[in-house]
Design a protein around this ligand. Structure first.
Ligand code: 5GP
Ligand code: ZN
Length: 114
């Protein structure tokens, strides 16, 4: 999608610190980390938000969770724990309208979020 910053990151038009990539997803460190480990996992297909999931495109979400499973293990936070966050829409705090999953770890995280 033309004006989407995450689509530009996938294409390499905006630089990013890559964690992982395959044919379906791209993972990269958040530019403004909220925890010692904070990366984002996004589908390469532009899906605006969780609201735009349908039978035809939803399988990528399971794939994203399997990728996260592998990456948290490699980054050494699988056992201590971490948080997977998807913000949807304005009230959900979504600022980039390309569906993404935050993975936060490396410290004890507060609950509930504000
Ligand atoms: P949201 O608030 O939509 O759930 O999360 C968007 C996230 O994308 C924010 O945590 C923000 O720091 C991150 N972000 C926004 N622009 C960029 C960018 O250009 N590069 C990287 N690496 N992260 C970004
Ligand atoms: Zn996009």
């Amino acid at each position: 999608m033309e004006d989407c910053i995450f689509c530009k990151i996938i294409k390499g038009e905006i630089p990013s610190k890559k964690v992982y990539e395959d044919e379906k997803v791209y993972a990269f460190y958040d530019i403004s980390p909220e925890a010692p480990i904070h990366f984002l996992v996004i589908p390469k297909e532009h899906i605006e938000s969780a609201n735009a999931l349908k039978e035809e495109n939803a399988s990528v979400v399971a794939h994203i969770f399997l990728v996260i499973n592998k990456l948290v293990s490699e980054l050494g936070i699988a056992e201590k724990g971490y948080r997977i966050v998807n913000n949807t829409g304005n009230d959900g705090g979504q600022t980039v309208h390309h569906m993404h999953f935050h993975v936060l770890g490396g410290r004890s995280l507060n609950w509930p979020p504000g």
